[in-house]
Design a protein around this ligand. Sequence first.
Ligand code: BG6
Length: 492
Amino acid sequence: MGNPAYNGLLTTIVIFGASGDLTRRKLIPSLFNLFRKRRTPKKFLIVGFGGTVFSSDQFRQHLNTGMKEHAGFNFTEEEWSIFAPNLHYRSGNYSDLKDFHSLASHLEGLEGGEANRLFYMALPPSLFPSIIQNLDASRQLIENSGWRRVVLEKPFGTDRASAAELNFQVHRALNENQIYRIDHYLGKETVQNILFTRFANTIFEPIWNRNYIDHVQITVAEKVGVEHRAGFYDGVGVLRDMFQNHLLQLLTLVAMEPPASFNAQHLRNEKVKVLSAIQPMTPEQVSLNTVRAQYKGYREEPEVRGDSTTPTYAALRVYVNNWRWKGVPFYLRSGKHMAEKQSQIIIQFKEPPLAMFPMQTMKPNILVLYLQPDEGVHLRFEAKAPDTVAETRSVDMEFHYAEAFGRTAIPESYERLLLDALQGDASLFTRADEVETAWSLIDPILQTWEVHQTPPLATYRPDSWGPAEAYDLLAHDGRRWLNEEASRMLDK
Ligand code: BG6
């Protein structure tokens, strides 16, 4: 018996934007790897649709070359030759209904009967409404015995109003439960492990609150600059590119209440509650609680305006105003061109109330969730240094994925997300209200930055840990960023 999610039917994955980078780098390698692991539906087709004119053979060749460059695993030509016949290509215009009618008959011809269809939008969101409208008008979204689902790539809007408008447009043709909005951070094993650390263990939950936690730091630092995406990035900046989605998603997973179950509705309800417990900032709060900065040399990047004020780095102080977290700051930061690639979450616990031992240094316990690279979890605590009368030393309990599960254990996040969309599990996708609530937190910051130009745009040296202003943000609270120190712990 096959997987009930596929109801015994053939499943067709239609990729719009199939000649683009995402398809070659991520989608096809992930689908191929799922196929090698026998996790794709038993009977499936992948049909690429795009502006580039390709024959299906040329498309397969183009993807095969992409696989060799980008797949994070080795494969044999024999494996590819079994997979490749499932791939097809159709060129067409996204705004031409005629091309959608001919896509529909092409698909019916290939499928030869009732089928499930997953439509993947691997292109800019400005194209989503017309594609969905054309799919609807060509009667491709009607669900009979086969299901119809649509996966939407980020960015989902550029502010709350545009996200709401986009939601309105897609809801005209689709129910929310047919829509899968991607945030690839949720497909990362280590990001899902935040929930497992919290809810598959009993030792953390009793202390996971304002009584024991001093503050939380979430860092997503990138080593790379804006690279070939400078033209796009200059109109977007770090807040839209990283905070509205990835950083806020990480925050919700750290801060949420235990959901009633691990299903899409319960999980996403709890995430929305966290976002709703954060008050949108007033302009005064924006100048006190945010830092925006640009790396030196950014304006000289090709395709960047010479007077650009687009931030490539941001740091925020955020409060979640509920019983669990009232008064506990969450410090969030992310930037391009920083000292190293490092995504991690640090939970700093409160100091002991009293120094009992004469030579005790008062160091708080910290729990570090290393999201990437060198994925793992560390718990730092104090121990008596041997052969001293009463000195303490910080030591670590460590878990590393590579050691515990082997280097190859961590799959590409798109693998998990594609599989979930195929199986109808939307837990790791963002819901309409979640996206809009996240934007409602980002909008006032963007407005204060862009309209009032406050706080002033700081600069930082490429390959550094960001601007001095971000250190001042924490110093003002008597705290400091801990990741440099935490990463040194790895080198011991
Ligand atoms: C994307 C952003 O969503 O995430 C990019 O648009 C960023 O600017 C990327 O580089 C980071 O993803 P990862 O998986 O490399 O941390």
